[in-house]
Design a protein around this ligand. Structure first.
Ligand SMILES: CCCCCCCCCCCCCC(=O)SCCNC(=O)CCNC(=O)[C@H](O)C(C)(C)COP(=O)(O)OP(=O)(O)OC[C@H]1O[C@@H](n2cnc3c(N)ncnc32)[C@H](O)[C@@H]1OP(=O)(O)O
Ligand SMILES: Cc1cc2nc3c(=O)[nH]c(=O)nc-3n(C[C@H](O)[C@H](O)[C@H](O)COP(=O)(O)OP(=O)(O)OC[C@H]3O[C@@H](n4cnc5c(N)ncnc54)[C@H](O)[C@@H]3O)c2cc1C
Length: 687
């Protein structure tokens, strides 16, 4: 029946003010209002329909994405949307497209790597989309190993140009031979971009200066055909129907392509007219600056993807009933389970369901807050860099790399868990979860493979441990290492389950675990005469230490958030419970490490589990309101299982009827393949 809210009872149970929580989730009232307005604008416009994506053939799918992106741009210009509103519009359109790379990587690369003069030439064109750009770094043979890139940019002093070239064979220093060496993967490159920021080894006067960024025009502005020397195309279908196949990830070879000297991005280093290489006062690592920026964005995005999956799984878990009495008669399951008017048990009331779902709900909130903090950290480091203060760059690199790894791994795993939490129906495309997973999972690989990034964090940790006692006081997220002596000796003082709600107690537990794991790795490393050999041999332990450090950051930022003034009836109390679920579920999952480092005892671990169960009960009546606080429209969720009114079954039935396979009662192919088969069986049966 239209208009009935099947989740109304659930919503009435909420013990906190949902409207206030919506503002906490959005970050501010202003951000909430913008997001609310723009998400409704998108949801109410049929041009942004997306439920047909899994069914469309690739070419149609891609063209459809071009149409949506062009229409979105038309709206942005006609409605004179601000930068914030425009980026929200692209977000709520919710379709991977070349624009993600143009706005998300090309423009930031121009801003971060170009001189003021270069910016004044290129940025206005990019802002008006008179040129469309991508970020072309990864090659067929080199992704993680950026220093190993083989494309070259050789300065020609005769013409004042660089000659950009992809060699056809990898150089002999490689162990393997790749027949064609080309750029491979960049989004937006395959079919759309007119320009690219290409990363290549800079060679002047026969000397290799390592990898630098160059602005290269790829296609004619007249007819979109590739310019001379350029071969470019799409790399082919990727994981999942619909999903990321809206994006034209591309392949590019450059055959002695000439660009003017001033198209080298010259903020970090320059090549003079005479061909002299000059390094600015800024660290070379700033060439990697765009990656730091995007990793920070990816952390913020993780909470969006996870919260979407959690919203679907939570609403559906409240709708779905399994076991109990069919007719309100005697129970067939334990009386502990809350029963609905029908006598059937809502699956959300099973403790096993809560134990899988609520930590993910808590992670979505935790990632939201750590994402907010990381944005602050990034802004802070950018302001420092502007005045040549590079002191916080290593920490910013470690935090963005580590948190990108931690949050994307947990989110990808979490989306898949949400699919399983929805049982069989979670496997339907109409649940929204298969596509969400397929679109999200490459986040574990792009912008730095998650293990490779954790190894960067581990290097930072080992460096910090080696400097303990040198007088250099660790600061920021690593400040706890300054108290390492205390953390190595101290013991957890929890005596009752409620003691696990004490923030300082919790923080010390996570600090002690992280510090002990790092120190243990450093001690083991010191047994190797060759540190690099030791690092490689112990890399699995080092990755675990890096994860412990990153989890500590997320927990501490959630606890910090709770120190702030949070208005709204019951909002802070609920967030305290959610935060408790986040850290206690981590403690439970990594119990082995907390116990092995001897900070806690088995009894204290058991008390943590008792407290965790108590928090599940506290959160249960608020679960639907907690996911309503994300303020997602049904369009954005793209899921029948997660629809706001909970009217799941009729919608599933209607959607099934609309599947193209049901256009005819008798399927295409019946006369060719089924009828002869059935006839033959009939014939042999008669025999
Ligand atoms: C709305 C949602 C978001 C939207 C977003 C847009 C859409 C996105 C769509 C998806 C788009 C996907 C797009 C894509 O995928 S774009 C391609 C992304 N590619 C990668 O991420 C490659 C990953 N590899 C690397 O980053 C490097 O090669 C690593 C780091 C692994 C090693 O490197 P290398 O071998 O050279 O380094 P080293 O270990 O010798 O270390 C050397 C020194 O440098 C320091 N260091 C290293 N790195 C950084 C850094 N970054 N900032 C500051 N410092 C850094 C390091 O600490 C060390 O310092 P020290 O110890 O010497 O002091
Ligand atoms: C959907 C998608 C979009 C992308 N978009 C872009 C883009 O726009 N622009 C662009 O330039 N690139 C892009 N990429 C490329 C992406 O950045 C790389 O794939 C990524 O950096 C990983 O590098 P790789 O593929 O070389 O993985 P590899 O490094 O080959 O990883 C393979 C395995 O080796 C392991 N490994 C590698 N090195 C080490 C090590 N030192 N120690 C231990 N283990 C190691 C990894 O953990 C992994 O398990 C995209 C990739 C994808 C999937």
């Amino acid at each position: 029946m239209a208009g009935v809210d099947y989740l109304a009872d659930e919503r009435n149970k909420a013990e906190f003010d949902v409207d206030s929580m919506k503002i906490v989730w959005a970050g501010s009232r202003h951000t909430f209002e913008v997001a609310d307005r723009i998400s409704k604008l998108v949801a109410n416009d049929p041009a942004f329909r997306k439920d047909d994506r899994p069914m469309l053939p690739r070419k149609e799918l891609f063209k459809n994405t071009l149409r949506k992106a062009a229409y979105a741009w038309k709206l942005i210009t006609e409605l004179r949307l601000s930068e914030e509103e425009a980026s929200k519009l692209r977000f709520f359109v919710d379709e991977p497209a070349y624009t993600d790379l143009h706005w998300g990587m090309f423009v930031p690369a121009l801003k971060g790597q170009c001189t003021d003069e270069q910016q004044s030439k290129w940025l206005p064109l990019a802002y008006k989309m008179q040129i469309i750009g991508c970020y072309a770094q990864t090659e067929l043979g080199h992704g993680s190993n950026v220093q190993g890139l083989e494309t070259t940019a050789t300065f020609d002093p005769q013409t004042d140009e660089f000659v950009i070239h992809s060699p056809t064979l990898t150089s002999s220093k490689c162990y393997h031979t790749v027949e064609v060496l080309c750029t491979w993967w960049p989004g937006g490159l395959g079919k759309v971009s007119t320009h690219a920021v290409v990363y290549a080894r800079l060679i002047t006067d026969g000397k290799d200066h390592g990898v630098h960024g160059f602005i290269v025009q790829l296609r004619s502005m007249e007819d979109h055909k590739p310019l001379p020397g350029i071969t470019v195309g799409d790399i082919g279908m990727k994981f999942g129907n619909g999903a990321y196949n809206t994006m034209d990830n591309g392949v590019l070879t450059l055959d002695h392509v000439r660009i003017p000297r001033d198209q080298m991005m010259m903020r970090v280093s320059q090549v003079t007219r005479e061909g002299k290489y000059k390094q600015s006062d800024v660290p070379r690592q700033l060439v990697y600056g765009t990656m730091v920026y995007v990793r920070q964005k990816i952390v913020a995005d993780a909470s969006c993807a996870l919260s979407k999956a959690v919203c679907i799984a939570t609403r559906y878990s409240a709708v779905r009933r399994q076991f109990g009495s069919q007719n309100g008669g005697p129970e067939t399951q334990s009386a502990h389970y809350r029963k609905s008017y029908t006598g059937l048990i809502q699956v959300i009331d099973y403790k096993t369901q809560q134990n899988r779902l609520f930590p993910l709900l808590a992670s979505a909130y935790a990632f939201r807050f750590v994402g907010e903090w990381l944005k602050w950290l990034y802004t802070d480091v950018t302001q420092r860099l502007a005045v040549n203060d590079f002191s916080t760059l290593p920490e910013a690199h470690a935090c963005t790399a580590g948190l990108k790894s931690l949050t994307t791994t947990a989110t990808a795993d979490g989306i898949e868990e949400c699919r399983k939490l929805c049982g069989g129906h979670g496997y339907l495309c109409t649940s929204g979860l298969p596509e969400l997973f397929a679109v999200y999972v490459p986040a574990c690989t792009y912008e730095g493979d998650n293990i490779v990034l954790l190894l960067q964090v581990a290097r930072f940790l080992m460096k910090t441990v080696s400097q303990i006692g040198s007088g250099k006081q660790p600061v920021g997220t690593i400040a706890y290492m300054g108290r390492v002596e205390h953390l190595l000796k101290s013991r957890c003082s929890v005596q009752r389950a409620e003691d696990w709600l004490n923030p300082s107690q919790v923080l010390e537990a996570f600090e002690a675990r992280a510090a002990r794991m790092s120190v243990s790795c450093a001690q083991n490393l010191s047994k190797f005469s060759n540190p690099e050999e030791g690092f490689a041999e112990l890399s699995a332990d080092l990755v675990e230490a890096a994860v412990a450090h990153c989890q500590l950051i997320v927990v501490s930022k959630f606890l910090d958030k709770l120190q702030q003034d949070i208005p709204g009836k019951g909002v802070k109390q609920l967030l305290q419970a959610v935060c408790g679920i986040y850290y206690l579920s981590l403690l439970h999952k990594h119990q082995g490490e907390f116990l092995a480092t001897s900070y806690i005892t088995p009894k204290q671990a058991a008390l943590a589990s008792d407290q965790l169960r108590a928090l599940y009960s506290k959160v249960r009546p608020n679960a639907i309101a907690l996911v309503d606080s994300f303020n997602y429209t049904d369009h954005f969720l793209g899921s029948i299982l997660g629809c706001y009114d909970g009217n799941v079954y009729p919608k599933l039935y209607e959607a099934a009827k609309k599947d193209p396979l049901n256009d005819t009662v008798v399927p295409d192919g019946y006369h060719e393949y089924l009828k002869p088969l059935l006839k033959q069986q009939l014939h042999s049966a008669k025999l």
